[in-house]
Design a protein around this ligand. Structure first.
Ligand SMILES: [Zn+2]
Length: 274
């Protein structure tokens, strides 16, 4: 009896992870590209190194910049593995081209051109950037309703990004500090320090010394997401693991754990847009 199996398709020095599923209703072999969030438990068990949960870490390891993709192949159960593999090899060029297209789109999404009218996320809301030219050397960013006014001397993309990141970091420092104090009520151990960081692959972390780090990009997500990450890291002060007891602490302080986890899986990549 045929059952699901996993393999890497090798093509032009690249490896593409594939999940192959027998399907009774299939008359032909069907190939599609799927996002990380669709990974099945078996895929993880098969030892593929794409576990976005990072189960061995004390951190929230999530694909901030680019969710991983896999090739999902369904085939009529009557076919042998050899036949499925042969068909996959035939489609290798198409698969490679598809992956290339995805990576190009991701790069564009992660680096939108910043100009008046560009939309960026702030606490789950879409803000419209408005650049106001100024002759002064000092740059100013101000939130006005749904518009983010930026009085800028330069229009160089790199500089604009830096100024915007600085603004997000300032907002994060103030907001996260307050929110952590509020959410920490009921947690016995208090954080030693709160840090705003710009980690590439993490939303938050908790060190053994009790330093909680939060990614400034969290300020783009809806508030309940940030609340969940704060509670998650606070809970690590009591339980330095992801045990049942740890999740009990998290759930005792947050009602939106499942909703937040789902959102992070689905929209994680969008948070990396500036
Ligand atoms: Zn954790």
């Amino acid at each position: 009896m045929s059952k699901k199996f996993f393999l890497y398709l090798e093509y032009k020095n690249q490896k593409y992870p594939c999940e192959l599923i027998p399907k009774k209703r299939n008359r032909n072999i069907r190939i599609r590209i799927a996002k990380t969030s669709e990974y099945s438990a078996e895929f993880k068990q098969a030892g593929f190194p794409f576990d976005p949960e990072g189960n061995n870490q004390l951190d929230l390891f999530l694909p901030l910049a680019s969710p991983a993709y896999i090739v999902k192949v369904s085939y009529p159960p009557g076919l042998s593995r050899w036949q499925v593999k042969a068909s996959l090899t035939e489609s290798a060029a198409w698969i490679a081209a598809h992956f290339k297209k995805i990576s190009k789109e991701q790069k564009q999404q992660a680096n939108p051109i910043l100009k008046t009218g560009t939309r960026i996320m702030f606490q789950g809301r879409k803000l419209t950037l408005v650049f106001l030219p100024t002759t002064r050397r000092k740059q100013k960013v101000k939130l006005a309703g749904t518009r983010l006014l930026c009085a800028m001397f330069s229009t160089q993309q790199q500089k604009l990004k830096k100024v915007l990141e600085q603004w997000y970091r300032e907002q994060a420092a103030r907001y996260i500090e307050n929110r952590t104090t509020f959410l920490a009520a009921g947690i016995t151990r208090k954080p030693y320090r709160i840090r705003i960081a710009g980690q590439k692959t993490q939303w938050g972390s908790c060190s053994a010394a009790g330093v909680l780090s939060f990614n400034w990009k969290l300020m783009m997500a809806p508030k309940y997401i940030l609340d969940y990450i704060i509670v998650h890291e606070l809970a690590h002060l009591e339980e330095m693991n992801h045990s049942q007891r740890f999740w009990q602490v998290v759930r005792a302080h947050s009602r939106t754990v499942d909703r937040a986890k789902q959102w992070l899986k689905k929209h994680g990549a969008c948070l990396d847009s500036i």
